[in-house]
Design a protein around this ligand. Structure first.
Ligand code: ARG
Length: 554
């Protein structure tokens, strides 16, 4: 709960708004109002203004005391009132219910993962998949209606080449795999250097797919279903879902109206036979609409896709969770849509993220340094299993726990850092039980659950027993839970939740080390158990928004 609005109201001065009030520095109460910026208008020194504001404030059950310190006015909240408020709200979900009500009926489209057919699902795709999957849950939590879209890369001349290669060398006696498709494609590229006729065959096969010839289409569909069957295994393991798999091919018959409209609105020019939209005025190179041979381009499909999403879902926001490398592409597409007069162009957001390296090495599909996401998950889970075996050999259900810890570690790797930053995947780092990691948070959660399992029920709690500094620090963090989720949604930044959960786990552990929970003192035991349960539930909800499970035992 954020008391800043309440404090602003108590001050009762129009020039002081909620956003002027900040979290107080350690030892200076709960909130503070820096008064420096009012000095000019009010012709008074900041400390005088602070004192004036304090004097004008009414008595209040929550804000129990104020203090003028330099140019700051500090606010001390009544701890018992806050504890009661926070515990009550966490149990009833009253705060989040209001947020959900305000967001009811809003739709957000999310384009994430968006893998390419017949290409490896590598660790580079992890970021889009994890950020999108997490934002999906976050938006749902705050009451929006999210639409998850996997904009498959399922169109392009490469499918003609692959088809030619498959007809030539494919082993039709056994089921095709993603690995087969990769090697067929590599072989095609190599052999076409020696045999120029091969390239021609690739073009012919692509034409067949384009014309919809049954045999060609059936094989193309086989490529698609084979890829999807493999990536779906990874999605299942990560808890990722989509509402639509409409990819690039889906827009084949939906681009002409866009091209016609662009022409009719006088936005296009012909340059070397290609149709382009010039964007010089906006400091960008032209957006390519059709090539000189008439073929459409990536951008054309995205224009048609944006229109389709606007028409089909009537979105309030439409997100594209795609690496920073595609900055220019999205800036161009968004600008062209704006020039076409789409009033919703302002609601399109490129949610970008930095690069992933693996154990210190950059990834490059082209230069053969491919690290499959499924292998990374498999390895992390195996290592988690080994750690559990060493730390807690008697744990029941070790496999399920290892899965939760391993997958959680991979997810936290993707979601734990501000998305714009480059990140390096390192097994020891992601699996550490001590650092700022998923296992650390999961372990704290399991610690809470094991305390709760030892107690028999939670008696009536006296909130005044949770006002000591360690307990109150936990309470203060709990009070901002819903605000943190809302902020993560607004900034498209799951790492805000990750950071928060680390802080919450650390604060709880400080409390745990300093205070015995189950003692002969019944009311104190009840109060501490209640705090423990509230923390455990908050961690579980928070981790779930990061696609991470919370095992009961670890
Ligand atoms: N398939 C593309 C790639 O792997 C990403 C597609 C992103 N979404 C979009 N609507 N362009 O690079």
């Amino acid at each position: 709960m954020d008391y800043r609005k309440h404090i602003a109201r108590l001050i009762g001065n129009d020039s002081v708004t909620e956003s002027d009030i900040v979290q107080a520095a350690e030892g200076h109460g709960d909130y503070a109002l820096p008064c420096f910026k009012y000095a000019r208008d009010l012709h008074k020194a900041p400390q005088v203004i602070a004192a004036d504001f304090a004097a004008a404030m009414k008595n209040d059950p929550i804000v129990s005391r104020t203090e003028v310190a330099g140019g700051y006015l500090n606010f001390y909240l009544d701890r018992v009132a806050v504890v009661s408020d926070v515990i009550g709200d966490r149990a009833s979900g009253g705060g989040i219910a209001a947020v959900r009500k305000a967001n009811a009926g809003k739709t957000v489209c999310m384009d994430y993962s968006s893998i390419n057919i017949a290409k490896p699902f590598h660790i580079g795709h992890l970021m889009s998949t994890a950020i999108g999957g997490s934002l999906y849950r976050i938006y749902k939590y705050i009451g929006w209606n999210p639409v998850g879209i996997n904009h498959l890369g399922d169109w392009g001349t490469q499918f003609g080449k692959l088809l030619a290669a498959y007809n030539e060398w494919g082993d039709k006696s056994r089921p095709l795999t993603l690995g087969d498709m990769l090697s067929l494609y590599v072989r095609f590229t190599e052999e076409s250097e020696r045999d120029p006729g091969l390239a021609e065959r690739g073009r012919t096969e692509f034409l067949k797919i384009e014309r919809g010839e049954p045999d060609a289409v059936a094989t193309y569909e086989l490529f698609k279903s084979t890829t999807l069957a493999e990536v779906n295994k990874v999605y299942d393991r990560l808890g990722i879902k989509f509402d639509s798999y409409n990819g690039e091919a889906f827009y084949n018959d939906k681009m002409q109206p866009v091209v016609d409209e662009l022409k009719q609105k006088g936005l296009t020019e012909v340059s070397d036979g290609a149709l382009i939209v010039k964007l010089d005025d906006y400091g960008m190179p032209p957006c390519l609409i059709t090539r000189s041979d008439g073929a459409s381009l990536y951008a054309t499909r995205d224009l048609a896709a944006a229109d389709y999403r606007a028409k089909t879902y009537g979105f309030d926001k439409s997100l594209y969770i795609v690496a920073t490398q595609q900055n220019l592409h999205f800036s161009q597409v968004f600008k062209v849509l704006e020039l076409m007069g789409r009033e919703w162009a302002k609601d399109l957001v490129h949610v970008k993220f930095g690069m992933v390296s693996y154990e210190g090495q950059p990834l490059s599909t082209r230069h053969g340094h491919v690290v499959f996401l499924s292998d990374v998950i498999e390895n992390t889970v195996a290592k988690a299993r080994a750690i559990i075996e060493e730390k807690n050999p008697d744990l029941p259900d070790k496999d399920a726990t290892a899965e939760a810890v391993g997958v959680g570690a991979v997810m936290f790797f993707a979601l734990g850092t501000q998305r714009i930053k480059d990140v390096d995947f390192n097994y020891d780092k992601v699996l550490s039980f001590e650092g700022e990691t998923a296992p650390y948070i999961q372990y704290t959660h399991a610690r809470c659950r094991s305390v709760l399992a030892k107690a028999d029920g939670i008696g009536a709690a006296d909130y005044s027993l949770l006002t000591d500094d360690d307990s109150y620090a936990v309470i203060r963090l709990l009070s901002s839970f819903d605000d943190v989720i809302v902020e993560a949604a607004e900034k498209y930044e799951p790492s805000i939740i990750a950071r928060y959960l680390i802080d919450l786990a650390q604060a709880y552990n400080r409390f745990y080390i300093g205070s015995r929970i189950i003692t002969d003192d019944k009311p104190l035991t009840a109060a501490r158990l209640l705090l423990t349960k509230t923390v455990a539930d908050a961690i579980r909800t928070g981790l779930d928004l990061l696609l991470i499970e919370s095992p009961e035992k670890m």
